[in-house]
Design a protein around this ligand. Structure first.
Ligand code: GZL
Ligand code: ZN
Length: 316
C-alpha cells in the first residue's frame, strides 16, 4: 500500500500573533493554579497571542529546558517564574543572545547582570514577612502578652525561592527585636499540604508549648491545621496556637472568617495581565520599569469583611 505518510500540518502561523513562551514553576499549590489561570486569561488568541505554556513540575532543570525550547522555537517573549533565585545566568544569556526579551513573574532571579531580564512583576515578599511580624507584635500587646515567652515555629516554602527568602527575612527582622519571642525551629514545608502537615506533626511531638505557627503559604497551613487537630490542640482565635499564613487564597480567607487562621497575608496571584501590559508597552517601544509590585493586603478577624481595599494597578 502506498506510504501514507500523513504530512504534519504546521499550525497556520498568523504573522500578527505575539508568541509567548511561559515557564511556570509547577502546580504545587492553590495559589499557583490561580497564578497560572491569570496568565492563561491574559495571553489568549483573542488578545493576539500564541501561548506556549510549560509546567516544570517544581524542577529548575525543566524550566531551563523549557527556555531552551522557547529559544529554538524563536518565540517573541519568554515569561519565567523562577523556582529558585540562583542558576539562571547561562540560559538567560542564551535568550539575550537570541534577542528574546525575558520578563520575570512572581519570583525573582539573582544574576550579576540585570540586563538579562527586561522586567519583573510580583509581590514584595520581605514586606509580606514584615506585615506578619508587626501583626504578631501588635496582637501580643492587645492580648496583654507582650512580656510572655512566645514560642514560634516556622513552616518555610521551598529552598531558594524568593517567596521563602523574603518572607523569612521580613519576619526575622521583626522577631529579632522582640526580647521574648523564641523561634524554636524553621523547617522546610515545601509549600505543600502534605509536607506542612508532616512537619507540623513532628514539631508538635517535639515541643509541648508552641504558641505560634508561621506558615509561608496556605497549602502548608491547611496541613498544619490538620496536625494541630490530630494532636488534640486548637488553632486560631482563642486557640492554643496562633496561626499566621500567607497567600490568602479563597479557602485561606474562609478560615480567617471562621477563626482558624488569625491572619492571612495576601500574595496577589493576578499577575498575568500586568505582564501582558508590559509586553504591549515593549511592542509600542515604551520605556518600562525594572520592577512592578502588585497590590496586596492582609486579612484578619477585624477586616476580613471589608471590600478589597487594594488600589488597582501596579506600583513601579
Ligand atoms: C508566591 C509564590 C509562592 C506561593 C506559594 O508569590 O511564589 O509559590 O506563596 C507558591 O503558594 O507555591
Ligand atoms: Zn507558650
Amino acid at each position: 500500500s502506498p506510504l501514507s505518510s500523513k504530512v504534519q500540518e504546521t499550525p497556520a502561523e498568523d504573522d500578527n500573533l505575539i508568541v509567548v513562551g511561559v515557564a511556570q514553576v509547577g502546580s504545587e499549590s492553590v495559589w499557583r493554579s490561580a497564578h497560572t489561570q491569570s496568565i492563561q486569561d491574559a495571553f489568549t488568541r483573542a488578545n493576539g497571542y500564541m501561548l506556549i505554556f510549560d509546567n516544570a513540575r517544581q524542577k529548575q532543570a525543566n524550566q531551563i529546558k523549557a527556555i531552551r525550547s522557547f529559544i529554538s522555537q524563536q518565540v517573541d517573549y519568554i515569561v519565567l517564574s523562577p523556582i529558585e533565585e540562583s542558576g539562571w545566568d547561562t540560559v538567560l544569556q542564551e535568550a539575550k543572545d537570541a534577542g528574546i526579551p525575558v520578563i520575570l513573574i512572581d519570583r525573582k532571579v539573582s544574576v550579576d547582570d540585570d540586563s538579562l531580564y527586561a522586567s519583573w512583576v510580583g509581590s514584595d515578599f520581605v514586606r509580606e514577612g514584615q506585615d506578619a511580624g508587626y501583626w504578631l507584635e501588635d496582637y501580643m500587646k492587645k492580648q496583654g502578652r507582650e512580656d510572655d515567652e512566645v514560642n514560634i515555629v516556622v513552616l518555610k516554602g521551598t529552598k531558594g525561592a524568593s517567596a521563602t527568602i523574603g518572607r523569612t527575612r521580613g519576619f526575622n527582622e521583626v522577631a529579632k527585636v522582640q526580647r521574648n519571642w523564641n523561634i524554636l525551629q524553621q523547617v522546610d514545608g515545601e509549600f505543600t499540604t502534605a509536607k506542612g502537615k508532616e512537619e507540623m506533626a513532628r514539631l508538635l511531638d517535639q515541643y509541648e508549648d508552641i504558641d505560634v505557627v508561621v506558615s509561608q503559604n496556605d497549602d502548608m497551613t491547611f496541613g498544619a491545621l490538620e496536625a494541630i487537630r490530630e494532636a488534640g490542640k486548637t488553632a486560631g482565635v482563642n486557640g492554643d496556637i496562633t496561626v499566621i499564613s500567607f497567600d490568602a487564597v479563597d479557602a485561606g480567607v474562609e478560615l480567617v472568617r471562621n477563626g482558624e487562621i488569625n491572619i492571612d497575608v495576601q500574595c496577589n496571584p493576578d499577575q498575568g495581565k500586568y505582564v501582558e501590559q508590559i509586553i504591549q508597552d515593549m511592542e509600542a517601544g515604551k520605556e518600562i520599569e525594572k520592577a512592578y509590585y502588585v497590590p496586596e493586603r492582609v486579612y484578619t478577624q477585624e477586616n476580613v469583611g471589608e471590600e478589597e481595599n487594594v488600589t488597582e494597578g501596579i506600583s513601579g
